[in-house]
Design a protein around this ligand. Structure first.
Ligand code: NBG
Length: 813
């Protein structure tokens, strides 16, 4: 199949000369400049466009193949995507890396120089957004017809810097210089309503007419998502809000009322202005719900438009459509689909409900009750009056079903209701998500189990078959091949070919090399070279990394207590035989999360104290790497010796950094939490440093009554560490932390302290024996194949989506 030939277009060449011709042509005709006057950014853009063209051709073939097969499509709805830098990825996925490196010489620049200009779209907060990016990568790699839907925020996750040792935030105007990877599609724009009121429709019980009070336009653009080692190129479609033509008030503008003239348009555009607006105010919460509805309404209309291109019978909708809700953020899509089907397409309620329930599936990503979204009923009533009516009816029918199964159990009805009746009535989005979907999954074995046993227990009693587990995974292309080319080359050499890049279980073949002295030597050399590149500390020191969002449940404070204890031990015995360590922290704290920001401040204060101490600094260094993002993760992970996964058991749903680090040969010190359990089971207990309470023990401690002070009184080293903070030894920082730890210590930091220190001693014993350590490291990589997001997608496809791959034919030779 060659679509270009059909319309007389020439085939894009694969040689360096041909690529260079196209590059120069992009510069000349699409950037409108010449080699002599091209800026570095012109060079970047011209290269990006030239690479993009190679993918656009595969995209056209993909669309044609999908259209012809009319498959069940996967639509992934996510408020966040952390796609990472695009240029290097797309060079790899289009196989043009080498020709491009040669061709750019014509522009007088190196490929590296150009790659440094690539800005990552930071359209997410952390694990959830990066997971979405790994999953769309694997959907394309596995030839699953899929579209990812999201929001094109003008400002992504804030840029973090350190000011006076604390976190400062600056806006992230990521597309300031434009985004060459994006195709705008203004023809597919959608209209979204907000506010207003509803009116009855004569002769109908269930249909209503919604008369919105505000209209906003959603304009899509899409980015290409190529598969690796296959022809498929899927898309991520991102919506941007804008005012309609009518929102500009020309008469006011003419009268000099410039601000008033654009006020309505500004209000509309604010919807996609920032990722996660501060929701500590009423207005912030309203904006957040507006974003969610905006994403869902635009995406559903687009999904319906696509369905109707090939199909005419609503009875086929669920067979052709599966919509995966990435956490509760897009749950409003459930009542929105009901509204579209019942009010606009005039289906009867029961048929619409049957379609809806078979169309959606829901992934939950948390166990923290405060992270399960709820919205005040009064906010819904004002912003989405029709949706609230629909939710009430869904709830009424649902509670009837519960009542029929558990007659007279009013307490159960109250617990399960979609409407929470506290001081303030609230809509419980997670309940709506469970009621309106066909499948619900957690993201690691333990997480899925705890969901069934705790937060969603009543629902699991009612519908046990609905609940599943799909353990998360990560893309080996981005997190090994691109991030760690030295290791990728060594693995390829060890295995004889690079087929492992989309068949990651093949890493198990490395096991036979884990005792091969020459291979071990090279394994160590790779790690050392990566450490030299990272330049965080002495490359021969133990590089101990804790890289993730700052949150008390993740317990950066526990790591810090360990650092302070090491500092005190070395001071007391400077002649001791200490293992030199570089402790590297990176991560952002939510701007309004003061406790987390205080921990960042204390880390930097402790780091400065140690750096200024000539006795301790030869053995211990604390580094805080600013502005953690995908690009920085790709530099740190290959250089890590030790991976800190020390959350309180039962709190981290899965973790994915833990997988990336193990895959790159870091050893884990961790609790029995999230996917750590599965990592340990695969890499072997003897290759994992375990400590701490398990989830059931932790719950028991809390039920019995936890007294953190008892640990403080009993453990002299713990006491000394906390006392040093209180005494102001670290620039006076951290006193609130000590108060909270001694006061209530919500995440049992003190309870796990001693066991954590013991595990760290075991780490040092292993480190002192380089052959042992290297063997453990190789075995971690060898047994991490399960954690490929390709496996995660195979699981979703088989057990939740029930979709089959569609092969995209190669270009005619
Ligand atoms: C996060 C969890 C992580 C998990 C990622 C991806 C949210 C709400 N949840 O443990 O905290 O790895 O989701 O599933 O961001």
């Amino acid at each position: 199949m060659d679509l270009r030939q059909g319309i007389g277009l020439r085939r894009l060449g694969t040689t360096t000369d041909e690529f260079q011709q196209d590059l120069l042509s992009s510069l000349y005709y699409r950037r409108g400049t010449t080699v002599e006057s091209a800026s570095a950014h012109d060079a970047y853009d011209a290269l990006a466009l030239t690479v993009r063209d190679r993918l656009a051709d595969r995209r056209a073939r993909t669309a044609a193949a999908h259209y012809a097969s009319n498959p069940r499509w996967v639509y992934y709805l996510s408020a966040e995507y952390l796609l990472g830098a695009q240029l290097e990825q797309n060079l790899l996925y289009s196989g043009t890396g080498e020709v491009a490196a040669q061709a750019v010489k014509a522009l007088g620049r190196s490929l590296q120089e150009i790659e440094d200009l690539d800005v990552e779209p930071g359209l997410g907060n952390g694990g959830l957004g990066r997971l979405a990016a790994c999953l769309v990568d694997s959907m394309a790699t596995r030839d699953i017809p899929a579209v990812g839907y999201g929001i094109r925020y003008d400002f992504g996750i804030f840029r973090q810097s350190l000011e006076n040792g604390g976190q400062a935030e600056r806006p992230d105007d990521w597309a300031f210089q434009g985004n060459p990877w994006e195709f705008p599609a203004p023809d597919d724009r959608q209209t979204v309503g907000f506010y207003g009121h509803t009116e009855p429709i004569a002769g109908s019980q269930t249909r209503k007419r919604w008369v919105p009070g505000e209209i906003v336009l959603g304009e899509p653009s899409h980015m290409l998502v190529p598969g690796y080692g296959t022809e498929t190129v899927n898309i991520v479609r991102l919506w941007r809000a804008r005012g309609s033509e009518a929102s500009f008030d020309l008469s006011r503008f003419s009268a000099g009322q410039y601000a008033e003239a654009v006020q309505e348009a500004v209000r509309a555009e604010n919807i996609s202005k920032v990722l996660y607006p501060d929701d500590s105010t009423e207005l912030g919460r309203e904006l957040r719900l507006k974003q969610q509805y905006f994403l869902c309404s635009c995406s559903l209309r687009d999904i319906i438009r696509r369905f109707r291109l090939r199909n005419s019978d609503w009875a086929d909708f669920a067979a052709k459509t599966i919509i995966q809700l990435n956490d509760t953020h897009p749950t409003i899509a459930i009542p929105e689909l009901m509204r579209l089907l019942v009010d606009e397409y005039e289906l009867d309620w029961d048929q619409a409900w049957s379609i809806t329930r078979r169309t959606f599936a829901y992934t939950c990503h948390t166990l923290l009750p405060e992270a399960l979204e709820t919205w005040p009923v009064h906010l819904f009533e004002r912003l989405l009056p029709r949706h609230l009516e629909i939710i009430y009816l869904i709830n009424l029918l649902f509670l009837r079903e519960v009542e029929a199964r558990f007659p007279g159990d009013t307490d159960r009805l109250r617990r399960m209701s979609i409407i929470g009746e506290g001081d303030e009535r609230r809509v419980r989005m997670a309940h709506l998500a469970v009621v309106g979907t066909e499948a619900v999954n957690g993201v690691a074995e333990l997480h899925s189990k705890l969901l069934r046993e705790t937060v969603l227990q009543d629902f699991a009693d009612l519908w046990p078959a609905k609940f599943q587990n799909v353990t998360n995974g990560v893309s080996p292309r981005r997190f090994v091949k691109l991030a760690n080319p030295r290791l990728a080359d060594l693995i390829t050499e060890g295995l004889g070919d690079d087929g492992w890049l989309n068949d990651l279980e093949r890493l198990a073949e490395l096991e036979s090399l884990a005792d091969d002295a020459a291979f071990m030597e090279r394994w160590r050399a790779v790690k050392r070279a990566n450490k030299v590149d990272l330049a965080a500390g002495d490359p021969d020191s133990l590089t101990d990394v804790m890289i993730k969002r700052f949150h008390e449940y993740k317990r950066q404070q526990l790591k810090l207590l360990h650092v302070i204890t090491m500092y005190q031990r070395i001071r007391q015995n400077p002649a001791g035989d200490w293992v030199p360590r570089t402790v590297l922290f990176a991560g952002k704290a939510a701007p309004a999360y003061h406790a987390a920001k205080n921990i960042i401040r204390l880390i930097n204060a402790v780091g400065a104290t140690i750096a200024a101490d000539p006795v301790v600094s030869p053995y211990l260094k604390v580094v805080f790497a600013e502005n953690y993002n995908v690009t920085l993760a790709e530099r740190i992970i290959p250089a890590a010796d030790l991976s800190e996964q020390i959350s309180l058991a039962g709190k981290e749903a899965s973790g994915t950094g833990n997988m990336k680090l193990a895959l790159n040969g870091a050893l884990t010190v961790g609790t029995l939490d999230g996917a750590n359990i599965e990592i340990r089971a695969r890499v072997g207990e003897e290759n994992f440093f375990l400590f701490g309470l398990d989830a059931y023990q932790a719950a028991e401690v809390q039920i019995r009554g936890y007294h953190p002070r008892e640990h403080y009184e009993r453990d002299a080293e713990l006491k000394a560490a906390l006392d040093a903070i209180t005494a102001g030894r670290f620039d006076g920082a951290g006193r609130e932390l000590v108060d909270s730890l001694l006061g209530w210590d919500e995440y049992l930091t003190l309870a796990d302290y001693r066991s954590y220190l013991d595990a760290q001693e075991e780490v040092e014993r292993a480190w002192r024996d380089p052959a042992r350590w290297t063997r453990m490291s190789i075995l971690n990589t060898a047994h991490s194949g399960f954690f490929s997001s390709d496996r995660t997608i195979a699981d979703y496809a088989a057990r939740i989506w029930r979709v089959a791959p569609v092969t995209v034919p190669k270009e005619d030779q």
